[in-house]
Ligand binder design. Structure first.
Ligand code: NFS
Ligand code: SF4
Length: 670
C-alpha cells in the first residue's frame, strides 16, 4: 500500500508542514545538514521527509514476523503465542525471524564479497598487464599479505607475487577442497579456529556459504531457528573473509593508509570549483576520478572554474579520505543534502548505499548523476560502464560530464553551508602499530595492553555502521563516542560512523582536550611525545571504510597475542549506534562470533521471536563469548559497553596478579 508519492518541486502537498515537523524533531545532529534542511530545501523531498511519510511502519515487518518466502505469503504471525500463530506452511515466529536474519546476513556478505572479488580481480588484471592505469602501490603490503596467507614471496617480482596473491584470494570464492577459507584462517586466533570448527561454521567456499544459507531458508527447508542462525553465522564468517580480501587488495593497489589531515562536512564544497562527489564503495573508480581530475584541470579552468574539487560521500569517500586526504562531504544520511547545495556538478556512484532518490533530486539542479556499475543503475541517470581496462579514459569521461554540467549551474540555487571541520584519518592497524613502536619498539602492542592493565585505559571500542532515519543523524555516534572517551576508552571508527565523528570534529587532536578522560589523555600524550606525528593524535582513530572493520579485528588479535589469550577475553567492544544496512547486520554477527560485545542502536527486525532475541543476546555469549547488546538509548548503550570492558579488564587483572604471584603464564582457559 503506497503511503507516499514523490512529486516535483513546487507540487508538494503540505511541504511547509512536513518541513516544520522535521525541524521540530531535530532529525540530524549534523550542523551543516541542518543548515541545508533549513535554508536550502526549496521544498525538496528527502529521506528525512520520506521517513515521516512512512509512519506508522508495519509492526509485523518491524519485529520480523512477516514472511514472503513463497507465493502463498505474505504470512504474518500474531504477536501473541509463538506456538499458536503459524504461516500457511506452518512456519512459526522463530523460524520466520531466524530466516529473515540469516538472509539479511547473506545480503551483507554478498555486498562485501563482491567488493572483495572485484578488488582481487583488479589486482590480477594488474599482474597480467590488463589494467594499465593501476599498479601495485604498496609492494611491502603485498609481501606482508603473501606471507600471511602462506605464499613465499622470495625471489618473486611484484607482478608475479601479485598474481599469486590475487589468484589465492579468488580461490577462496570458487574452490571446492573443503578446507577453511584462507583469508579467514590466516587472520584469526587458534582459539577461534577451534571454536569455529567445533560449532561447524567454517566456510570453505565463499560463494557457496552465501548460496547455502539462501537454500537453507527457502520455503520448506530448515525450520530450526538455532540451525538457521548457525547457518547465518557461517555466512557472516564468509562476509569477514570477503571484507579482509577487499581491504588487503585495496592496500596493495592503493597503499596502506597512513595518517593524513583533511576536512569534513558539506562546507568542503567550494562555489568557485567544479565539485565532483564520488559516492559508493569501490576505490578502483574513485581513485581514477582523482587522477582524471588532476589531468583535466586545464579544461576546468577554461570553463571558468578555479579547478576541480573532488569530495567523498559514504565509504568510497572514506577510502579517498584515508589514502589521499580527499575531503569527506557527507555520510549516508546527508548524501541528498550534498546535491541540495546546488554546487555539486557531478555525483558519480559505483556500488552500495546510494539512494535511488538522487536522480529525482539532481533533476532539480544542474547536477549530473553518473552510475558506473553494471549491476547498480538508476533509471534516467547517465550510465558509464566502468571497467579496469580503460579506467582512466572512462574516469575522464565522467569528469568531463561534471565540467559540462558546471556550465549549466544556476547561481541562485547555490547554498553551501559554511560548516566544515579539520579531520584526521588513515589510522590503519599498521599505522597505529608504528605509533606505538615509538614508545616500545620491541613490543609495540604492549604499550596498549599495559595501559589497559594499569587502568589508564578502559579498553578499545570500534565504531561501525551507518546512519538510520529512525534516529537523529549522527547523534547516536556522537553520544556514545563522547561517553566512551570520557571513560578512557580508546576509539577506532570506520564507515559512516567514522564519517559522523569526523564531521563533528572528533577525529582531531582538539577533541582530545575537549572530551577525553584523564587516562585517555595521558595515553595519547605519551604516544604523541614519543612518535611526534605530523598532525598530532586525534580522539578517534579513523580506520577507513566499512570493509576496513577487519582492521579493528586485526588490532584485537594483536592485543590477544600480546596477552596470550583468546579474543573473548580482550577488552575490545564494537558499537553500531545507527545500524541500517544488511552489511551492518553481517559485520555485527561476525564480531559476535569473534567473541566481542556488539552494541546495536537501532533494533533489527528480530523482536518477534524471543528465542532468536535470546540467542543473539545470551546463547551467543555462552557459545562464542560475544553477544549483541540491543539498546536504542545511546547513553545507556555506551554505559553497557564500558561495563563490558570493565568486566573483561577486571578478570584480566586477577589472572595477571595470579600469574605474577606464581610466576606462570597468563591463564587462558578462563
Ligand atoms: Ni557501511 Fe559504507 Fe555507510 Fe552503512 Fe553504507 S556507506 S559500507 S553500510 S551506510 S556505514
Ligand atoms: Fe507463508 Fe510459509 Fe510461504 Fe513464508 S514460506 S510465505 S510462512 S507459506
Amino acid at each position: 500500500m503506497p503511503r507516499f508519492r514523490e512529486t516535483k518541486v513546487g507540487e508538494i502537498l503540505n511541504q511547509a508542514v512536513a518541513r516544520k515537523k522535521i525541524l521540530d524533531k531535530v532529525r540530524t545532529a549534523d550542523a551543516a545538514g541542518k543548515w541545508v534542511l533549513e535554508n536550502a530545501s526549496d521544498g525538496i523531498i528527502t529521506s528525512y521527509d520520506r521517513y515521516l511519510a512512512q509512519q506508522p511502519q508495519c509492526s509485523f515487518g518491524l519485529t520480523g514476523v512477516c514472511c514472503r518466502n513463497c507465493v502463498q505469503g505474505p504470512c504474518r504471525i500474531m504477536p501473541t503465542g509463538e506456538a499458536k500463530s503459524r504461516g500457511i506452511c506452518g512456519a512459526t515466529a522463530y523460524t520466520i525471524v531466524a530466516r529473515g536474519l540469516a538472509r539479511g546476513i547473506a545480503g551483507g556478505a554478498s555486498s562485501h564479497s563482491d567488493h572483495g572479488r572485484h578488488m582481487a580481480k583488479t589486482l590480477l588484471e594488474v599482474a597480467e598487464g590488463r589494467a594499465p592505469d593501476y599498479k601495485v602501490s604498496d609492494p611491502a603490503k603485498l609481501r606482508r599479505v603473501a606471507l600471511k596467507v602462506g605464499i613465499n614471496p622470495e625471489g618473486k617480482s611484484d607482478r608475479e607475487l601479485a598474481k599469486e596473491v590475487a589468484l589465492k584470494a579468488l580461490n577462496d570464492y570458487y574452490r571446492f577442497d573443503e578446507k577453511p577459507l584462507t583469508w579467514l584462517d590466516s587472520y584469526i586466533t587458534p582459539g577461534r579456529r577451534a571454536k569455529f570448527k567445533h560449532t561447524n561454521i567454517i566456510p570453505t567456499n565463499l560463494m557457496q556459504a552465501i548460496t547455502e544459507v539462501i537454500s537453507q531458508t527457502v520455503m520448506g527447508m530448515d525450520a530450526d531457528p538455532v540451525n538457521i542462525i548457525f547457518g547465518g553465522l557461517k555466512t557472516a564468517l564468509a562476509d569477514f573473509t570477503g571484507m579482509h580480501v577487499a581491504t588487503d587488495m585495496s592496500d596493495i593497489l592503493f597503499g596502506t593508509p597512513e595518517p593524513v589531515a583533511t576536512e569534513a562536512n558539506l562546507g568542503v564544497l567550494e562555489e568557485e570549483y567544479i565539485n565532483v562527489a564520488t559516492h559508493g564503495h569501490n576505490p578502483t573508480l574513485s581513485d581514477m576520478i582523482v587522477e582524471a581530475a588532476l589531468q583535466l584541470e586545464p579544461e576546468a579552468i577554461k570553463a571558468g572554474a578555479k579547478g576541480i574539487k573532488i569530495v567523498g560521500v559514504c565509504c568510497t569517500g572514506n577510502e579517498l579520505l584515508m589514502r589521499k586526504g580527499i575531503p569527506l562531504a557527507a555520510n549516508q544520511a546527508s548524501q541528498e543534502l550534498a546535491i541540495m547545495t546546488g554546487a555539486v556538478d557531478a555525483m558519480v556512484v559505483d556500488v552500495q548505499c546510494f539512494l535511488p532518490s538522487l536522480k529525482v533530486l539532481s533533476d532539480n539542479y544542474h547536477t549530473r548523476l553518473v552510475t558506473t556499475a553494471i549491476n547498480a543503475k538508476i533509471p534516467t541517470a547517465t550510465h558509464i560502464d566502468f571497467n579496469e581496462e580503460e579506467a582512466l579514459e572512462l574516469a575522464k569521461d565522467i569528469v568531463r560530464q561534471a565540467i559540462e554540467a558546471y556550465k549549466r549551474r544556476n547561481k541562485d540555487k547555490i547554498r553551501i553551508p559554511k560548516e566544515k571541520t579539520k579531520a584526521l584519518a588513515g589510522f590503519s592497524t599498521e599505522a597505529i602499530e608504528s605509533l606505538l613502536a615509538a614508545v616500545n619498539p620491541e613490543q609495540p602492542w604492549k604499550v596498549l595492553t599495559d595501559a589497559i592493565e594499569s587502568g589508564e585505559l578502559a579498553g578499545v571500542a570500534l565504531f561501525a555502521g551507518c546512519n538510520n532515519q529512525k534516529v537523529a543523524q549522527d547523534e547516536g555516534h556522537l553520544t556514545v563516542a563522547k561517553y566512551l572517551a570520557k571513560n578512557n576508552v580508546l576509539l577506532l571508527a570506520t564507515g559512516c560512523a567514522a564519517g559522523a565523528l569526523a564531521k563533528a570534529g572528533l577525529t582531531t587532536p582538539g577533541a582530545v582536550e575537549a572530551y577525553a578522560g584523564d587516562g585517555l589523555k595521558s595515553f595519547l600524550k605519551r604516544i604523541e611525545e614519543a612518535a611526534k606525528p605530523q598532525y598530532g593524535l586525534p580522539l578517534v582513530f579513523h580506520q577507513g571504510s566499512c570493509v576496513d572493520n577487519v582492521r579493528g579485528l586485526d588490532l584485537a588479535v594483536k592485543m590477544a597475542e600480546t596477552w596470550g589469550i583468546d579474543l573473548p577475553r580482550v577488552p575490545f567492544v564494537v558499537t553500531a549506534p545507527e545500524d541500517m544496512h544488511e552489511k551492518a547486520l553481517s559485520i555485527g554477527s561476525w564480531f559476535v562470533t569473534m567473541g566481542f560485545p556488539v552494541h546495536v542502536g537501532v533494533m533489527p527486525p528480530i523482536e518477534g521471536s524471543e528465542l532468536v532475541y535470546s540467542v543473539g543476546t545470551q546463547i551467543a555469549y555462552d557459545v562464542f563469548g560475544g553477544s549483541f547488546i540491543f539498546d536504542t538509548d545511546p547513553e545507556s548503550g555506551a554505559k553497557k559497553l564500558v561495563d563490558a570492558l570493565d568486566y573483561r579488564t577486571w578478570k584480566l587483572r586477577i589472572h595477571r596478579a595470579a600469574a605474577e604471584k606464581y610466576n606462570t603464564a597468563l591463564a587462558s582457559g578462563y
